[in-house]
Design a protein around this ligand. Structure first.
Ligand code: FPP
Length: 244
């Protein structure tokens, strides 16, 4: 018998309520295995399910994933159409199970540019899962932070809001994420240190965590490490450090 039992990691103190993930490194993951880039995106989708369950176990209530940015339209056309197809297929194959598991799905992003059929599939997924409350999966798809801010400003002007009445709280109500609290932690996989136009308003005071691990390999242990690092940070929101 192996007497060296693995020791359980120490319990986490403070868990973030809302995590945002920039799921980078799918292409390099595939390349490292001599697979086409698309195989990396497929492995990336499989990993979303795994990390979503881990989030539930750790007590995270909202997970926002950056699945397709407004800048991703500049990728080769077959990669763009592949990512569109992948979202449709994922909804088709996984919606029932996500619903059964109490996942509420939200979408952040523009609908323009997305095919009519995929728009219908997205609306259907939001509608079916709208009363679920085990965890919220917010899919940032055709999302850009600057586009989101512009869209908000356009709607504020169209609503005739008095400039003096505009506050940060009111502005937030015009963002795609109006139903959600700001993210507490932003994780980026794949080794880069950039926000890449992701939740640029909402993440103003989020903690940031980057790991070289490619997204398909980012597992529960990696998530634990990110949460443990978050737990060690002191969030000050512009105030002075609290006396120790
Ligand atoms: C970046 O990897 C990843 C994306 C373009 C977005 C993430 C997409 C998925 C996980 C799959 C699609 C998800 C849904 C729900 C349809 P990269 O291609 O930039 O990797 P690289 O930096 O190694 O090239």
């Amino acid at each position: 018998m192996n007497s060296q039992r693995p020791t359980a990691p120490p319990p986490l103190g403070r868990t973030p309520h809302h995590i945002g993930i920039i799921m980078d490194g799918n292409g390099r993951w595939a390349q490292a295995r001599s697979l086409p880039r698309f195989a990396g995106h497929q492995a990336g989708v499989d990993n979303i399910r795994r990390i979503l369950e881990s989030c539930v176990e750790f007590g995270v209530k909202v997970l926002t994933i950056y699945a397709f940015s407004t800048e991703n339209w500049h990728r080769p056309p077959d990669e763009v159409s592949g990512l569109m197809r992948l979202l449709g297929l994922t909804i088709q194959r996984q919606l029932n199970e996500l619903h059964k598991n109490g996942v509420r799905i939200l979408h952040s992003g523009r609908m323009d540019g997305i095919s009519h059929h995929l728009q219908e599939q997205i609306r259907h997924a939001l509608d079916v899962t709208r009363y679920n409350d085990r965890i919220t999966l917010n899919v940032a798809f055709n999302y850009g932070g600057r586009a989101e801010i512009l869209d908000a400003v356009r709607r504020i002007i169209a609503d005739g809001i008095d400039p003096e009445a505009l506050s940060e709280e009111l502005f937030s109500q015009y963002l795609y994420t109006s139903a959600l609290p700001d993210p507490d932690l932003i994780i980026r996989t794949g080794g880069e240190w950039r926000l890449s136009n992701f939740l640029i308003w909402q993440a103003a005071y989020a903690e940031y965590y980057a790991t070289p691990t490619y997204w398909p390999d980012f597992d529960e242990k990696e998530l634990y490490n990110a949460l443990a690092e978050y737990d060690r940070r002191e969030r000050r929101f512009g105030r002075v450090p609290s006396p120790s």
